[in-house]
Design a binder for this molecule. Structure first.
Ligand SMILES: Nc1ncnc2c1ncn2[C@@H]1O[C@H](COP(=O)(O)OP(=O)(O)OP(=O)(O)O)[C@@H](O)[C@H]1O
Length: 393
């Protein structure tokens, strides 16, 4: 049941639930400021002493300050569960942000009250305990995590990429990507303008032993994934994630659970990295919680994280590569029915070339993604700054 009050915070509604806790919209009764409060009830069971110890570790997060990293204001313990009080982001998760289309945003339903597109309905808790939502008009967002939109959706209205991306967006002209040259080498890509995209053969024969079979999304879906405005948003969001990662890595933190739902975009299109550092605090050095559960989301985990090896920022860069790959092709580089099969694939096989899955995909993003998901950390980009540069070229 939703608590009414947690410390000095008045709980107003449930924003969502994940593997390690539930996030509430709350009000700081001392200042009347709205906040997001994450109550960690889904991690390892702990007594209040262990919770207090964890809270002391969380306090270091409050010292961090970066425009692309969600601000942590306060921490505390509620009924033996630690909680974090954060900046409330009035926005969307990355996946939902990318899936929005101009005509939906500009429809009369999307009034500034934000009540037009979706209405919240408190349903029975799903396996993850998430709040269920009901689409009132328009379509449900891609992730199925529809939530009331507290701002005018026209803030995300589609514009021609060239107008939209310059000068406020930080990537170069190549970023706006209409139809992009198809690379000579589907593994690495090439920027050659001389290759006719339509002449490109699907590289079934280039798949190496142990390579995942090429299973493409339907053409209409690929067209949607390649909408220039969407590609522009993806690139800009990735650049902002790089800035956030560079900052947290410089502060000795590894995110360990980077995935699309941990990236939020506000109405000014400013990206916030969420949940950084939590995984580390909840895990011991081998990346396991006290009850033996692995910390992190399997699909985005690097080989070294799967193997329980010591991690550095390059593990986050691997996760970033999986995110780009998935958001470009509509499917993750490795997929399996069980975690063990998935780990086997991540450790042993090569993913299909992105540009075989999505022939008209953005070659620059594809090259960056493939370099990021190399199995050996030494073979990847080594820092978030390097990724930023590669995406800005
Ligand atoms: N600071 C915030 N401001 C606004 N909404 C937030 C904030 N933090 C989280 N949320 C919302 O709450 C939802 C649940 O967040 P939570 O971090 O618990 O889950 P998750 O990231 O989906 O999964 P997991 O915790 O397993 O990584 C998010 O998807 C997001 O929509």
């Amino acid at each position: 049941m939703r608590p009414k009050v947690i410390g000095p915070y008045r709980v107003l509604e449930t924003l969502g639930s994940g593997g390690i806790g539930t996030v509430y919209r709350a009000l700081d009764s001392r200042t009347n400021d709205p906040v997001a409060l994450k109550l960690l009830t889904g991690g390892p069971a702990m007594d209040s002493r262990a919770a207090r110890r964890l809270v002391r570790e969380f306090e270091t997060l409050a010292d961090l300050s970066h425009p692309n990293v969600v601000k942590v204001y306060d921490t505390g313990v509620f009924q033996s569960s630690p909680f974090l009080v954060m900046e409330l982001i009035e926005g969307l998760t990355l996946r939902d942000y990318l899936s929005l289309r101009g005509e939906e945003l500009l429809s009369p339903a999307s009034g500034s009250s934000g009540s037009g597109l979706f209405r919240r309905s408190e349903g029975p808790a799903s396996s993850g305990g998430s709040t269920s939502m009901e689409a009132v008009s328009g379509r449900e967002l891609e992730s199925g995590e529809a939530r009331p939109l507290p701002f005018d959706l026209s803030a995300f209205a589609e514009e021609a990429p060239s107008d939209e991306l310059a000068p406020s967006m930080r990537f170069g002209t190549s970023g706006s990507a209409a139809v992009l040259p198809v690379p000579m080498d589907p593994w690495l890509g090439s920027d050659s303008d001389e290759v006719d995209p339509l002449d490109f053969e699907l590289p079934y024969d280039v798949t190496e032993p142990g390579t995942e079979p090429v299973k493409r999304e339907p053409a209409a879906r690929l067209e949607e994934l390649n909408r220039p405005e969407r590609v522009g948003r993806l690139k800009d969001a990735m650049l902002q994630v790089c800035e956030a990662l560079a900052y947290i890595h410089a502060h000795g933190l590894v995110h360990r659970d980077l995935k699309p739902s941990n990236v939020m975009v506000d109405e000014d299109r400013q990206v916030r990295l969420m949940d950084f550092g939590l995984a580390k605090f909840l895990a011991d050095d081998a990346g396991m919680t006290l009850d033996g559960r692995m910390v992190g989301t399997f699909r985005y985990m690097s080989p070294e994280q799967i193997l329980g090896e010591p991690l550095d920022g390059r593990a986050d860069l691997y996760s970033l590569g999986v995110i780009i790959y998935e958001l470009m092709s509509g499917r993750p580089p490795f997929d399996a029915k069980s975690p063990v099969d998935l780990w086997h694939k991540v450790l042993e096989t090569e993913p299909p070339p992105l540009l075989a899955l999505n022939q008209r995909g953005d070659a620059q993003l594809a090259r960056v993604a493939h370099r990021l998901i190399r199995k050996e950390p030494d073979d990847r980009f080594q820092t978030a700054e390097e990724v930023y540069e590669a995406l800005s070229e």
